[in-house]
Design a protein around this ligand. Structure first.
Ligand code: PFF
Length: 444
């Protein structure tokens, strides 16, 4: 995509940003983090962070991108010339590369499960789905090849530019995903013994909430919304000058929270009803899904559809991750885009190989008490994203030219001038203090 090309409509922008936001974060990582953080109160804290910090930050990224019409690094350079602020853009590029390196590992598992579902090899009554998952991820060849396949698909699309086809496909795929979730939730909530799972997920129990869990909730809310990586700066630079910013931001945040809620409601009641425990790690979703679909009429058919939609949601997030790096390199030059995409795609694939091999059992890939995969996830979600959010908040709060902010504010909340002062106050003081306190507490 050339830098002067744009999303075709307001809806196109919402679909693209929602596509970036909704992905593994809400569907795979969320149930997993809820389980490791003790359930209950986690969801509440996650919601607070998502609306209280994630939403204003998403707006901040939108404002930077749309006001300049440039990808992240160039945008910071234009707004704060002769300063080091553009390093926030570089931080975003590094962050997105590491993120995509382990994201593609999980993406690869989804590709495999999708293929299995179409060849009728996934569901078989009485099968041990935990074992199936372990066999899949512990085989080094399968793990690396499937990760490579996922990166190949991602790169092929980004080479062409992330617009156009994706907008069109999203119009069908996203509602499809929601419909299937509703079917799953109904099934999950009608299984005998589901009440304990519902309580585990939704009943706040603050005694189980450690300061580490609060940091996880913070990181999870940023991961889910794609904020802190300047990815949304690049995406919103493709938005037309007179399009609103406030409503799309609210829609993306709401859709994302809804997806997390749906994933939780589908997984936890079923998990308890089927006699499993909510502590399975990255395999949680992959073990629970087949067992759940087994309980459905035409389960084989529905799981295949679900996996296709899930794969689509994962890919649209992966495109945005690769896009920020490629856009920074190519700056609208289509020849550079092609080359840049292939080299970056290859580089990220190689970077992800140790994560893909993390579950092979080889001690080389386990550092301390965690596999490399978990370290990469931890570093991105709980260290780099909070730092990115902190810097972007300070940037828009202190450095963003006031006049330009006023211009953009007219598209955030037209007619509410006081709102802008409140917003700047939040970005200068409230957000940075909360993020710092949670971060320091959680890390220590
Ligand atoms: N929000 C995506 C998800 O939840 O799957 C992941 C993500 C994409 C994070 C892009 C950060 C980003 F810049």
């Amino acid at each position: 995509m050339k830098s002067n090309e744009q999303w075709t409509s307001k809806l196109g922008f919402i679909l693209a940003t929602a596509g970036s936001a909704i992905g593994l974060g809400a569907i795979w990582k969320f149930p997993n983090v809820v389980a490791t953080s003790g359930g209950g109160a986690f969801f509440l804290v996650f919601m607070l962070f998502t609306f209280g910090i994630g939403l204003p930050l998403l707006l901040a990224e939108f404002v930077i991108g749309r006001s300049t019409g440039k990808e992240a690094v160039s945008a910071y350079k234009e707004l704060a010339p002769n300063s080091k602020w553009h390093y926030v853009g570089y931080l975003g590029m590094i962050l997105c590369s590491i993120l995509l390196s382990f994201y593609s590992v999980v993406g690869g598992w989804i590709v495999l499960y999708t293929i299995r579902s179409f060849t009728g090899q996934l569901l078989s009554p009485g099968a041990d789905y935990g074992q199936l998952f372990t066999d899949t991820v512990s085989n080094p060849w399968i793990a690396v090849l499937s990760q490579g396949l996922f990166m190949l698909i991602t790169t092929m699309v980004v080479v062409k530019g992330v617009k156009g086809g994706i907008e069109k496909a999203s119009r069908i795929m996203m509602p499809g995903l929601f419909i299937l979730f509703v079917i799953l939730i109904i099934r999950s909530l009608t299984l005998p013994g589901m009440a304990a799972g519902l309580e585990y997920f939704l009943k706040p129990d603050f005694s189980r909430l450690s300061s580490e869990a609060v940091l996880y909730a913070l990181g999870q809310s940023f991961f889910c919304l794609s904020v802190g990586a300047s990815c949304m700066v690049t995406y919103s630079s493709y938005l037309g000058k007179n399009e609103p910013l406030g409503k799309p931001a609210l829609s993306v945040v709401s859709l994302n929270v809804l997806t997390s809620l749906m994933a939780g409601l589908a997984i936890f009641p079923a998990l308890f009803a089927l006699g499993m425990k909510p502590v399975e790690g990255p395999g949680l979703l992959f073990m629970t899904l087949p067992a759940m679909f087994e309980q459905l009429l035409y389960g084989e058919f529905f799981i295949a559809i679900f996996l296709v939609l899930f794969l689509f949601a994962t890919l649209t997030s992966a495109f945005s991750l690769l896009e920020i790096v490629v856009a920074a390199y190519s700056k609208g030059d289509s020849n550079k885009r092609v080359k840049g995409s292939w080299w970056t795609g290859l580089g990220i694939f190689l970077l992800g190989v140790p994560s893909a091999l993390s579950f092979s059992g080889h001690p080389l890939f386990i550092w301390g008490d965690k596999p490399i995969f978990d370290w990469a996830d931890f570093a991105v979600s709980n260290v780099m994203l909070p730092i990115g959010v902190l810097l972007i908040s300070l940037f828009v709060g202190y450095r963003f030219p006031k006049q330009r902010l006023e211009q953009e504010w007219a598209y955030v909340a037209p007619g509410w001038r006081m709102g802008m002062r409140l917003y700047v106050f939040m970005l200068r003081f409230v957000l940075p203090i909360i993020v710092l306190v949670v971060f320091v507490n959680g890390i220590l």
